[in-house]
Every structure is written in structure tokens, then in C-alpha cells.
Design a protein around this ligand. Structure first.
Ligand code: FAD
Length: 230
């Protein structure tokens, strides 16, 4: 059946390498007959902060605002803010979500962190019964695709910055796998700003080649949830 791909994209400039990487993915998936949706977070002026404005109507406990409790109740009752509802609809429809961003402080840019904080609402994206291998999104795939300023050698386990996988753990395990996603290996574009143009063009070609087989890739393996007492 036709697959649906959501690209959650966080770069300010249409001239950026990140934009070229995103456009390559849109083209390859569209050519394959997939339905592709892009959430262009800066263009949408997406709100990054998790506040009481994310809930419509009366709060359950206005004395002590608890984001989790209030938003999960609002999700159940259809009272989440419209921008969150719209993103959740896109997540529901997606078979694969690609997060496309430049690495900021060993992490996602704040606007994308805000998407994670606000869209993956308790109840919608996870519950105490539905985590990791039993997660609500276990039939969906997700992956990180990002650029860095630093070179690959700096992100090796004995490199200046330390192992890139340490930086990826909170995102890949703490957020994506936590919600059940099958996490595909990250696509890392090392230091495109410091590479010659033909090297950048080659990186884009290699990305397109990977994209053509992406939906058939085996996900990363994590410790099976059954090993742990919940
Ligand atoms: P761009 O500068 O937009 O692009 C690079 C080059 O590619 C440009 O010359 C552009 O013209 C060219 N290009 C665009 N399109 C194409 C195309 N189609 N074909 C060929 N070439 C093209 N880095 C780290 O490693 N670790 C960090 O922790 C980190 N923290 C940061 C925190 C902040 C707040 C900021 C602002 C930056 C940080 N950086 C960090 C650096 C950041 O990750 C890089 O600047 C970013 O990843 C570069 O990607 P870009 O898309 O912005 O590159």
C-alpha cells in the first residue's frame, strides 16, 4: 500500500544544506508514490514552549499547573490547542517520520524540542501501559537526519566531543523508542559547511540512494522491554 511520510523540518533558510536534504527526501518519496507531508517548523512559527496555552477550556487544577495531567485530559476531551491537534493528525497518518535539523548543542534546535514536548502528549503518544516495545507507535518508523558543525572524528568515542550516540540516546531511546517507534539508523551529514561543494553533492546523492531503500531497512535494536519489571 502507499506509505505516508512526515518530515518534521527545523531550519530557517531555504538555501541551507538542511533544506536540500529535506527536498531530496520529498522528491525520492514522491517519486516512489508515497504521500509526503512537511512540517516546516520555522515557517509555521511553531510554538516551542509547553504552557497552559496548549489547553483549551478550564484547567483541572489551576492552582498547580501540571503539563502532563492537563494535556492528557485535554487530549481525551478534544481540548488541545489547534496546532498540536494538527501535528498529531499528521503523526497518526504517518508510516515514517523523519526529523531533519542542524545539531544545536548536541541536541535538536529548541523549536524541534518544542514539537517533541508538545505533540507527543501523554495518552496520544504513550501511557504507562504503552511504552517501548508495547508503545502506541510500534507500527511506525522514525529517524533522525541531521547536520553537524563538528567533523566525524570529533564525535568518535575517543574524540574531542565524545561518542555522538551519547547525544542521540535521549532522542532515539528517551523519546522515539519510548513511544514505540521503530527507530531507523540516523543519517548524519558531518560538517557540510566545511566540505567542498562536490563533497556535499556526493553526500546528497548517497542520501538519495539510502532513501530509496529506507522503508525496507531493519530498525536499530534496543534492549527488549520484557527484560525489565514495569
Ligand atoms: P549551511 O551553512 O546552510 O550549508 C552548508 C553549505 O552547504 C553552504 O555552503 C550551502 O550553500 C551549501 N548547500 C546548500 N544547499 C546545497 C546543495 N543543494 N548542494 C550543495 N551544497 C549546498 N555543531 C555541532 O557539531 N555540535 C553542536 O553542538 C552545535 N551546536 C550549535 C548550536 C547553535 C545554536 C548553532 C547555531 C549551531 C550549532 N552547531 C553545532 C553548528 C550547526 O550544527 C551547523 O552550523 C549546521 O549543522 C550546518 O548545517 P546547515 O544546513 O545550517 O548548513
Amino acid at each position: 500500500a502507499e506509505k505516508t511520510v512526515l518530515i518534521v523540518y527545523a531550519h530557517q533558510s531555504p538555501k541551507s544544506f538542511n533544506c536540500a536534504v529535506k527536498d531530496a527526501a520529498v522528491k525520492v518519496f514522491t517519486d516512489q508514490g508515497c504521500k509526503v507531508t512537511v512540517s516546516d517548523l520555522y515557517a509555521m512559527n511553531f510554538r516551542a514552549v509547553a504552557t497552559a496555552d496548549d489547553v483549551k477550556g478550564n484547567l483541572k487544577n489551576p492552582e498547580h499547573f501540571r503539563y502532563n495531567e492537563e494535556t492528557s485530559l485535554a487530549w481525551k476531551e478534544g481540548r488541545l490547542s489547534d496546532d498540536i491537534v494538527e501535528e498529531q493528525r499528521k503523526v497518526e497518518q504517518a508510516d515514517l517520520i523523519i526529523f531533519q535539523f542542524p545539531l544545536y548543542w548536541f541536541n535538536v534546535p529548541a523549536i524541534l524540542k518544542g514539537w517533541i514536548d508538545r505533540v507527543l502528549t501523554q495518552g496520544f503518544a504513550y501511557s504507562l501501559q504503552n511504552l517501548y516495545d508495547n508503545g502506541l507507535f510500534k507500527n511506525k518508523k522514525a529517524m533522525l537526519s541531521f547536520t553537524t558543525g563538528g567533523m566525524e572524528s570529533m564525535y568518535l568515542p575517543d574524540g574531542l566531543n565524545g561518542d555522538i550516540n551519547v547525544a542521540l540516546w535521549p532522542l532515539q531511546n528517551g523519546a522515539l523508542r519510548f513511544c514505540g517507534f521503530q527507530v531507523l539508523a540516523p543519517q548524519i551529514f558531518w560538517s557540510p559547511a566545511h566540505a567542498p561543494n562536490d563533497a556535499r553533492v556526493a553526500l546528497l546523492e548517497a542520501w538519495k540512494a539510502r532513501l530509496r531503500g529506507l522503508l525496507e531497512e531493519k530498525p536499530l535494536s534496543f534492549a527488549p522491554t520484557e527484560l525489565f519489571d514495569l
